[in-house]
Design a protein around this ligand. Structure first.
Ligand code: G3P
Ligand code: MG
Length: 248
């Protein structure tokens, strides 16, 4: 199935409006009109794929210490919503399985960013994508699988060869084009802050759509689209839409 990339992709759900990487966040992204949301996927100590950005639990839950040091059953007791707002109290750390089910119900697609805790690159991609493959409905377009970890993307190529891969970069290595080729990357996902007309031109010259993170201002989005960026990750899909169109 061809990848149809929307202009606006909800970042960690809709991170400005609901706690990131939660089911409430996915719902908020969908309600704001995002056709895709991006989610960060890592493993609990006992190998359950869950949604979380940081290596540590402290910022986005009431837990402490490394996520990789806690079993799922304990992580599940944590509150992943109160830190963001009282109305989100009781929001749990979702499993990847729950996120896949929610995406179907909300009729949105996902960008699964594999976000391994240190030293767990291959394992995270292997376990998360093996599970996702068994759960993904055959009649829906596949998710975009991305990662900053080349090791994780190499594993993604083995485990889910037919699912599109996004080569995610912050500061691009000089051999980024060779790496993208080796990974058979479908998209190039880059840090919006570092870009210029020339850099986008170079990425696009490889024939790949370019996605840029994280873009919350209309002026920046307009500039990136003008340079040829296909889609942007935004914490505020509705806000950015309104900024771009002047409409609510
Ligand atoms: O996938 C785009 C973006 O989410 C990458 O950066 O740190 O927000 O996961 P980060
Ligand atoms: Mg991310």
């Amino acid at each position: 199935m061809t990848l149809s990339i929307p202009r606006l992709i909800g970042h960690r759900g809709a991170a400005r409006h609901a706690p990131e990487n939660t089911l409430a966040g996915m719902r908020e992204g969908a309600l704001q009109g995002a056709l895709w949301v991006e989610l960060d996927v890592k493993l609990t100590r006992n190998g359950v794929p869950i949604l979380m950005h940081d290596d540590d639990l402290d910022r986005t839950t009431n837990g402490h210490g490394p996520a990789a040091a806690m079993d799922f059953e304990d992580m599940r007791r944590l509150d992943a919503g109160s830190w963001f707002g009282a109305e989100f109290r009781g929001e749990r750390v979702p499993t990847l399985a729950e996120a896949i089910q929610a995406a179907q119900l909300l009729d949105i697609n996902l960008n699964l960013e594999i976000k391994p805790c240190p030293g767990r690159d291959e394992q995270t991609a292997g376990i998360a994508l093996s599970l996702a493959l068994t759960l993904w409905p055959a009649d829906r377009p596949p998710p975009l699988v991305s990662s900053f970890s080349v090791e994780a993307l190499e594993m993604a190529k083995i485990v889910a060869p037919h699912w599109p891969r996004g080569y995610l970069m912050d500061e691009e290595p000089t051999d980024w084009a060779a790496i993208a080729d080796r990974l058979e990357a479908t998209t190039i996902n880059i840090n919006a802050k570092r870009q210029s007309a020339d850099s986008i031109k170079a990425f696009r010259a490889t024939g790949r759509p370019v996605l840029a993170y994280t873009v919350n201002e209309a002026e920046q989005a307009r500039q990136l689209f003008q340079w040829g960026v296909a889609g942007v990750f935004t914490d505020t899909p509705k806000g950015l839409y309104q900024g771009l169109t002047g409409k609510s």
